[in-house]
Design a protein around this ligand. Structure first.
Ligand SMILES: [Zn+2]
Length: 309
Protein backbone atom coordinates (compact mmCIF):
# COMPACT_ATOMS: atom_id res chain seq x y z
CA UNK A 1 0.00 0.00 0.00
CA UNK A 2 1.37 3.39 -0.92
CA UNK A 3 2.22 5.81 1.84
CA UNK A 4 -0.21 8.28 0.37
CA UNK A 5 -3.07 5.81 0.47
CA UNK A 6 -2.17 4.83 4.03
CA UNK A 7 -2.15 8.47 5.08
CA UNK A 8 -5.58 9.06 3.59
CA UNK A 9 -6.89 5.98 5.39
CA UNK A 10 -5.53 7.25 8.69
CA UNK A 11 -7.21 10.58 8.05
CA UNK A 12 -10.50 8.83 7.28
CA UNK A 13 -10.25 6.74 10.45
CA UNK A 14 -9.71 9.85 12.60
CA UNK A 15 -12.61 11.56 10.87
CA UNK A 16 -14.95 8.64 11.48
CA UNK A 17 -13.91 8.43 15.14
CA UNK A 18 -14.66 12.12 15.67
CA UNK A 19 -18.10 11.72 14.06
CA UNK A 20 -18.78 8.65 16.14
CA UNK A 21 -17.92 10.37 19.44
CA UNK A 22 -20.47 13.11 18.79
CA UNK A 23 -23.14 10.76 17.47
CA UNK A 24 -22.77 8.45 20.46
CA UNK A 25 -22.82 11.13 23.14
CA UNK A 26 -25.61 13.45 22.11
CA UNK A 27 -29.01 12.54 20.78
CA UNK A 28 -31.00 14.87 18.58
CA UNK A 29 -34.75 14.54 18.88
CA UNK A 30 -36.65 14.49 15.60
CA UNK A 31 -37.79 17.80 14.16
CA UNK A 32 -34.52 19.46 13.21
CA UNK A 33 -34.20 19.99 9.47
CA UNK A 34 -31.08 18.70 7.70
CA UNK A 35 -29.26 22.07 7.81
CA UNK A 36 -30.02 22.58 11.48
CA UNK A 37 -28.86 19.09 12.37
CA UNK A 38 -25.67 19.57 10.39
CA UNK A 39 -24.98 22.90 12.12
CA UNK A 40 -25.54 21.50 15.59
CA UNK A 41 -23.34 18.45 14.98
CA UNK A 42 -20.65 20.67 13.46
CA UNK A 43 -20.74 22.88 16.56
CA UNK A 44 -20.22 19.87 18.83
CA UNK A 45 -17.30 18.70 16.71
CA UNK A 46 -15.85 22.21 16.57
CA UNK A 47 -16.04 22.49 20.34
CA UNK A 48 -14.09 19.25 20.78
CA UNK A 49 -11.41 20.32 18.33
CA UNK A 50 -10.90 23.89 19.54
CA UNK A 51 -7.17 24.35 19.88
CA UNK A 52 -7.15 26.10 23.24
CA UNK A 53 -4.31 26.00 25.74
CA UNK A 54 -5.82 28.00 28.55
CA UNK A 55 -3.59 29.06 31.42
CA UNK A 56 -6.55 30.55 33.31
CA UNK A 57 -6.82 28.64 36.61
CA UNK A 58 -10.61 29.17 36.59
CA UNK A 59 -10.83 27.52 33.18
CA UNK A 60 -8.98 24.50 34.51
CA UNK A 61 -11.13 24.30 37.64
CA UNK A 62 -14.37 24.53 35.66
CA UNK A 63 -13.55 22.32 32.70
CA UNK A 64 -11.06 19.99 34.42
CA UNK A 65 -8.25 20.73 31.94
CA UNK A 66 -7.00 23.34 29.51
CA UNK A 67 -8.25 22.33 26.05
CA UNK A 68 -11.35 22.23 23.82
CA UNK A 69 -11.62 18.50 24.49
CA UNK A 70 -12.14 19.29 28.19
CA UNK A 71 -14.94 21.71 27.33
CA UNK A 72 -16.52 19.00 25.19
CA UNK A 73 -16.30 16.51 28.08
CA UNK A 74 -17.89 19.07 30.41
CA UNK A 75 -20.76 19.38 27.93
CA UNK A 76 -21.02 15.63 27.46
CA UNK A 77 -21.49 15.13 31.21
CA UNK A 78 -24.35 17.63 31.36
CA UNK A 79 -26.24 17.46 28.07
CA UNK A 80 -27.67 14.31 26.55
CA UNK A 81 -30.57 15.39 24.33
CA UNK A 82 -31.24 18.30 22.03
CA UNK A 83 -34.88 19.11 21.37
CA UNK A 84 -36.00 21.41 18.53
CA UNK A 85 -38.33 24.28 19.48
CA UNK A 86 -40.81 23.00 16.92
CA UNK A 87 -41.48 19.83 18.86
CA UNK A 88 -44.36 20.15 21.28
CA UNK A 89 -43.30 18.24 24.35
CA UNK A 90 -46.22 19.36 26.54
CA UNK A 91 -48.07 16.07 26.13
CA UNK A 92 -44.89 14.00 26.37
CA UNK A 93 -44.29 14.84 30.02
CA UNK A 94 -46.06 12.14 31.90
CA UNK A 95 -48.20 12.40 33.94
CA UNK A 96 -47.53 15.96 35.14
CA UNK A 97 -48.46 19.00 33.08
CA UNK A 98 -45.58 20.95 31.59
CA UNK A 99 -45.76 24.20 29.67
CA UNK A 100 -42.38 25.27 28.39
CA UNK A 101 -41.65 29.00 28.05
CA UNK A 102 -42.58 30.65 24.74
CA UNK A 103 -39.98 30.50 22.00
CA UNK A 104 -40.84 33.89 20.51
CA UNK A 105 -41.94 37.30 21.72
CA UNK A 106 -43.97 39.49 19.37
CA UNK A 107 -44.89 43.17 19.47
CA UNK A 108 -48.46 44.52 19.15
CA UNK A 109 -48.25 44.18 15.35
CA UNK A 110 -47.27 40.52 15.53
CA UNK A 111 -43.66 41.16 14.56
CA UNK A 112 -41.10 38.91 16.28
CA UNK A 113 -38.94 41.07 18.57
CA UNK A 114 -37.13 38.34 20.53
CA UNK A 115 -36.62 34.62 20.03
CA UNK A 116 -35.29 31.79 22.18
CA UNK A 117 -31.65 30.74 21.66
CA UNK A 118 -31.54 27.68 23.89
CA UNK A 119 -33.14 26.53 27.11
CA UNK A 120 -32.24 23.82 29.59
CA UNK A 121 -35.54 21.96 30.03
CA UNK A 122 -33.95 19.27 32.18
CA UNK A 123 -33.54 21.68 35.10
CA UNK A 124 -37.14 22.79 34.78
CA UNK A 125 -38.48 19.24 34.56
CA UNK A 126 -36.44 18.20 37.60
CA UNK A 127 -38.32 20.83 39.64
CA UNK A 128 -41.64 19.66 38.19
CA UNK A 129 -40.81 16.12 39.22
CA UNK A 130 -40.21 17.31 42.81
CA UNK A 131 -43.46 19.28 42.79
CA UNK A 132 -45.58 16.29 41.78
CA UNK A 133 -43.60 13.68 43.67
CA UNK A 134 -46.34 12.63 46.10
CA UNK A 135 -48.94 12.20 43.39
CA UNK A 136 -46.88 10.58 40.73
CA UNK A 137 -43.60 9.64 42.46
CA UNK A 138 -41.61 10.26 39.32
CA UNK A 139 -42.36 12.35 36.29
CA UNK A 140 -41.15 11.04 32.95
CA UNK A 141 -40.57 12.50 29.56
CA UNK A 142 -41.47 10.25 26.69
CA UNK A 143 -38.97 11.23 24.02
CA UNK A 144 -39.10 10.71 20.29
CA UNK A 145 -37.21 7.43 20.67
CA UNK A 146 -40.21 6.29 22.71
CA UNK A 147 -38.08 5.84 25.75
CA UNK A 148 -38.98 7.12 29.17
CA UNK A 149 -36.50 9.54 30.67
CA UNK A 150 -36.62 9.76 34.43
CA UNK A 151 -36.56 13.40 35.46
CA UNK A 152 -35.05 13.01 38.94
CA UNK A 153 -31.94 15.09 38.26
CA UNK A 154 -31.25 18.16 36.12
CA UNK A 155 -28.38 16.11 34.71
CA UNK A 156 -30.95 14.31 32.57
CA UNK A 157 -29.54 16.93 30.22
CA UNK A 158 -32.40 18.10 27.99
CA UNK A 159 -31.65 21.25 26.06
CA UNK A 160 -34.21 22.89 23.85
CA UNK A 161 -32.70 24.61 20.83
CA UNK A 162 -34.59 27.74 19.77
CA UNK A 163 -34.75 29.56 16.44
CA UNK A 164 -32.21 32.17 17.54
CA UNK A 165 -29.60 29.46 17.89
CA UNK A 166 -29.46 29.35 14.08
CA UNK A 167 -30.32 32.89 13.04
CA UNK A 168 -30.86 36.24 14.63
CA UNK A 169 -32.12 39.68 13.70
CA UNK A 170 -29.54 41.82 11.99
CA UNK A 171 -28.72 44.69 14.42
CA UNK A 172 -28.09 46.94 11.39
CA UNK A 173 -31.45 46.08 9.79
CA UNK A 174 -34.07 44.47 12.07
CA UNK A 175 -36.09 43.39 9.03
CA UNK A 176 -33.33 40.99 8.07
CA UNK A 177 -32.01 37.82 9.66
CA UNK A 178 -28.37 36.78 9.76
CA UNK A 179 -26.80 33.49 10.88
CA UNK A 180 -25.88 33.34 14.56
CA UNK A 181 -22.09 33.07 14.78
CA UNK A 182 -20.51 29.73 15.57
CA UNK A 183 -18.77 31.23 18.60
CA UNK A 184 -22.10 32.39 20.01
CA UNK A 185 -23.60 28.95 19.35
CA UNK A 186 -20.77 27.16 21.12
CA UNK A 187 -20.95 29.61 24.04
CA UNK A 188 -24.70 28.96 24.29
CA UNK A 189 -24.09 25.21 24.63
CA UNK A 190 -21.47 25.79 27.34
CA UNK A 191 -23.91 28.13 29.11
CA UNK A 192 -26.90 25.78 28.99
CA UNK A 193 -24.83 22.85 30.26
CA UNK A 194 -24.18 24.66 33.54
CA UNK A 195 -27.95 24.75 34.23
CA UNK A 196 -27.77 20.93 34.45
CA UNK A 197 -25.86 21.21 37.73
CA UNK A 198 -27.57 21.06 41.10
CA UNK A 199 -24.46 21.68 43.22
CA UNK A 200 -25.02 20.46 46.76
CA UNK A 201 -28.42 19.00 45.85
CA UNK A 202 -31.72 20.06 47.35
CA UNK A 203 -32.36 19.40 51.03
CA UNK A 204 -35.82 18.81 52.48
CA UNK A 205 -36.62 22.49 53.28
CA UNK A 206 -35.84 23.42 49.65
CA UNK A 207 -37.82 20.43 48.34
CA UNK A 208 -40.80 21.74 50.31
CA UNK A 209 -40.28 25.21 48.87
CA UNK A 210 -40.42 23.76 45.36
CA UNK A 211 -43.59 21.88 46.23
CA UNK A 212 -45.32 25.00 47.55
CA UNK A 213 -44.13 27.16 44.66
CA UNK A 214 -41.73 29.25 46.71
CA UNK A 215 -38.19 30.26 45.68
CA UNK A 216 -35.46 27.84 46.75
CA UNK A 217 -32.50 28.88 48.90
CA UNK A 218 -29.80 26.81 47.21
CA UNK A 219 -29.57 28.84 44.04
CA UNK A 220 -26.66 26.69 42.93
CA UNK A 221 -29.27 24.08 42.08
CA UNK A 222 -30.04 24.87 38.45
CA UNK A 223 -28.15 28.18 38.61
CA UNK A 224 -31.22 30.23 37.64
CA UNK A 225 -30.83 33.85 36.58
CA UNK A 226 -32.06 36.95 38.38
CA UNK A 227 -33.43 40.22 37.09
CA UNK A 228 -30.79 42.72 36.02
CA UNK A 229 -30.61 45.85 38.21
CA UNK A 230 -32.02 49.27 37.37
CA UNK A 231 -29.84 51.05 34.83
CA UNK A 232 -28.51 47.80 33.33
CA UNK A 233 -28.82 47.22 29.58
CA UNK A 234 -31.17 44.32 30.44
CA UNK A 235 -32.92 46.11 33.31
CA UNK A 236 -35.75 44.03 34.81
CA UNK A 237 -35.07 41.05 32.51
CA UNK A 238 -33.93 37.77 34.09
CA UNK A 239 -30.56 37.88 32.38
CA UNK A 240 -28.15 38.53 35.23
CA UNK A 241 -26.37 36.38 37.76
CA UNK A 242 -24.91 36.86 41.23
CA UNK A 243 -23.90 33.28 42.04
CA UNK A 244 -20.77 31.27 42.67
CA UNK A 245 -19.82 30.46 39.06
CA UNK A 246 -23.18 30.21 37.34
CA UNK A 247 -23.95 29.78 33.64
CA UNK A 248 -22.94 33.28 32.50
CA UNK A 249 -19.70 33.11 34.51
CA UNK A 250 -18.78 29.70 33.06
CA UNK A 251 -19.63 30.94 29.58
CA UNK A 252 -17.39 33.98 30.15
CA UNK A 253 -14.44 31.83 31.16
CA UNK A 254 -14.92 29.84 27.94
CA UNK A 255 -15.10 33.00 25.80
CA UNK A 256 -12.09 34.47 27.50
CA UNK A 257 -10.06 31.34 26.60
CA UNK A 258 -11.09 31.80 22.96
CA UNK A 259 -9.94 35.41 23.03
CA UNK A 260 -6.64 34.63 24.77
CA UNK A 261 -5.50 31.27 23.51
CA UNK A 262 -7.43 29.81 20.58
CA UNK A 263 -4.99 28.79 17.87
CA UNK A 264 -7.48 27.48 15.31
CA UNK A 265 -10.01 30.32 15.56
CA UNK A 266 -10.33 32.97 12.86
CA UNK A 267 -9.87 36.68 13.53
CA UNK A 268 -13.64 36.96 13.12
CA UNK A 269 -14.19 34.23 15.78
CA UNK A 270 -11.95 36.07 18.21
CA UNK A 271 -13.53 39.47 17.72
CA UNK A 272 -16.97 37.85 18.10
CA UNK A 273 -15.87 36.16 21.35
CA UNK A 274 -14.54 39.48 22.63
CA UNK A 275 -17.82 41.27 21.85
CA UNK A 276 -19.99 38.65 23.57
CA UNK A 277 -17.61 38.52 26.53
CA UNK A 278 -18.04 42.24 27.08
CA UNK A 279 -21.81 41.82 27.42
CA UNK A 280 -21.46 38.74 29.66
CA UNK A 281 -19.15 40.65 32.03
CA UNK A 282 -21.99 43.07 32.70
CA UNK A 283 -24.44 40.22 33.30
CA UNK A 284 -22.20 38.57 35.91
CA UNK A 285 -22.86 41.01 38.74
CA UNK A 286 -20.10 39.61 40.99
CA UNK A 287 -17.46 39.38 38.25
CA UNK A 288 -14.65 40.94 40.35
CA UNK A 289 -15.28 38.74 43.39
CA UNK A 290 -15.34 35.62 41.20
CA UNK A 291 -12.11 36.41 39.41
CA UNK A 292 -10.22 37.60 42.50
CA UNK A 293 -11.21 34.36 44.26
CA UNK A 294 -13.10 36.03 47.13
CA UNK A 295 -16.39 34.42 45.98
CA UNK A 296 -14.85 30.95 46.29
CA UNK A 297 -14.17 28.01 44.02
CA UNK A 298 -16.62 26.68 41.42
CA UNK A 299 -18.53 23.61 42.58
CA UNK A 300 -18.83 21.45 39.46
CA UNK A 301 -20.63 18.59 41.20
CA UNK A 302 -24.33 17.84 40.95
CA UNK A 303 -26.88 15.99 43.06
CA UNK A 304 -30.62 15.51 42.94
CA UNK A 305 -32.97 15.69 45.89
CA UNK A 306 -31.68 14.88 49.39
CA UNK A 307 -34.99 13.61 50.81
CA UNK A 308 -33.44 12.70 54.19
CA UNK A 309 -31.68 15.97 54.92
ZN1 LIG B 1 -29.11 30.60 31.40
Amino acid sequence: MSLRKLKSMVFLAVFITAQFVVAASFELESGFNATQEKTLRADLNALASLNIESTDPWFQKIFGGSSGRHVYNYLDERVNYFIPWTSDITGSVWPAPYFPPPTEMRDANGKVIAALSAYNMGADLFFINLKYWDDYTTVYLLNSFSRRLKLDSPRVGLVEIGPRYFERLNPADPNQKIPTSRIERMALLVHEARHSDCSGGLNRPDIDRVRYGRPIENLQCGYAHVKCPVGHKFENIEACENLKWGAFAVESVFLSAIVNSCKNCSAEDISEARAILQVRRSQVLNWDQLHSGTAGEPDMSSRGANWDK
